[in-house]
Design a binder for this molecule. Structure first.
Ligand SMILES: NC(=O)c1ccc[n+]([C@@H]2O[C@H](COP(=O)([O-])OP(=O)(O)OC[C@H]3O[C@@H](n4cnc5c(N)ncnc54)[C@H](OP(=O)(O)O)[C@@H]3O)[C@@H](O)[C@H]2O)c1
Length: 283
């Protein structure tokens, strides 16, 4: 299998790069070589790579920045997957793309299923939803995931670990609930299921870490499981409401994803967030 992977330096992309190599040749241009927002260059890259599998791990992920630059967010989150979906269909290649829990408003009282009504409350969420819409009816595989973390880039986990070493007191929101997803686990699952018979049919799937938790409880687990706790200067962590941290973009409050469909179709389920956190931290 010949793969074109975009976003090789990202949290998910870097983990995918390691795992997709097991399936054959991988072409994975870095951002410095291919800016995917240059759609002509992107199309040329697809033609040159002649892939059987295209994986798009690039995105406009700056949630607050998207409010200031909707055009930029839509270019990355809608126009790029639209072009890749079109090129994949032309070549009969499988296209894998990622979306987000931010397509929901977070006002529900149970984990969201794939068919639940979307209602994004930010430009980032709307642009990612637009990226799903352009792929509807195609044979692309779209995975909605959430709260992706790794230690290799800035993430909630790496930020908390660094704050524990620099602050004596910290306030963390306790009214945002989601599924922490370890980038390595997500990449492992995706690299496995692309070879599954059912992958060819495409579709929209929720794929996130098992279990859900508030940001506050997640932060406490990070501090508790940090194997280098002796370096902490942190003495107190306070739960606060989202209103205590006004941001340009509104975040969904209760947006855990129900991942049963992926388990049913592909037999793939990401482990519980706490187990993944312990493993990722080397606890
Ligand atoms: N992170 C989360 O919490 C989260 C939650 C839900 C869904 N998702 C989705 O999951 C997917 C993977 O996310 P991630 O956390 O792995 O993202 P990430 O770590 O931010 O990686 C994205 C990668 O895309 C690259 N990129 C951005 N703009 C580009 C451009 N114009 N040309 C070429 N490359 C460009 C970035 O380059 P640089 O290395 O130069 O920055 C980065 O390497 C995305 O679709 C994202 O929307 C993420």
């Amino acid at each position: 299998m010949r793969t074109l992977l975009l976003g090789r330096q990202g949290q998910v992309g870097s983990e995918l790069l390691i795992r997709l190599a097991a399936h054959g040749e991988v072409t994975a241009p870095a951002r410095a070589v291919l800016d995917v927002s240059d759609l002509h260059a992107l199309r040329r890259a697809v033609v040159d790579a002649a892939p059987d599998l295209i994986v798009n791990a690039t995105a406009w992920n700056d949630v607050d920045g998207a409010e200031r630059d909707p055009k930029g967010a839509y270019r990355l989150n809608r126009d790029v997957p639209a072009l890749l979906g079109e090129e994949a269909a032309r070549r009969g290649a499988l296209f894998v793309h990622f979306s987000t829990d931010f397509v929901f408003d977070g006002k529900g009282d149970r984990p969201y299923r794939e068919e639940d009504r979307t209602n994004p409350s930010s430009i980032y969420g709307s642009s990612k939803r637009a990226g799903e819409e352009v792929l509807e009816g195609s044979s692309a595989l779209v995975f909605r995931t959430a709260w992706v973390w790794s230690l290799t880039r800035k993430s909630f986990v790496s930020t908390m670990l660094s704050l524990a070493r620099s602050k004596e007191e910290l306030s963390v929101v306790d009214d945002q609930v989601g599924n922490p997803t370890y980038a390595a686990d997500l990449a492992e699952a995706v690299a496995t299921l692309v070879t599954h018979e059912a992958a060819r049919a495409g579709g929209l799937f929720h794929l996130a870490g098992g279990g859900s938790v508030s940001r506050y409880e997640f932060a406490r687990a990070i501090f508790a499981l940090d194997p280098r706790k002796d370096e902490h200067v942190l003495r107190a962590v306070h739960p606060v409401k989202s209103e205590a941290f006004p941001t340009p973009a509104v975040r969904p409050k209760h947006a855990p994803l129900d991942c049963e469909k992926a388990a049913r179709v592909f037999g793939v389920r990401l482990r519980d967030w706490r187990e993944a956190l312990a493993a990722g931290l080397g606890a």
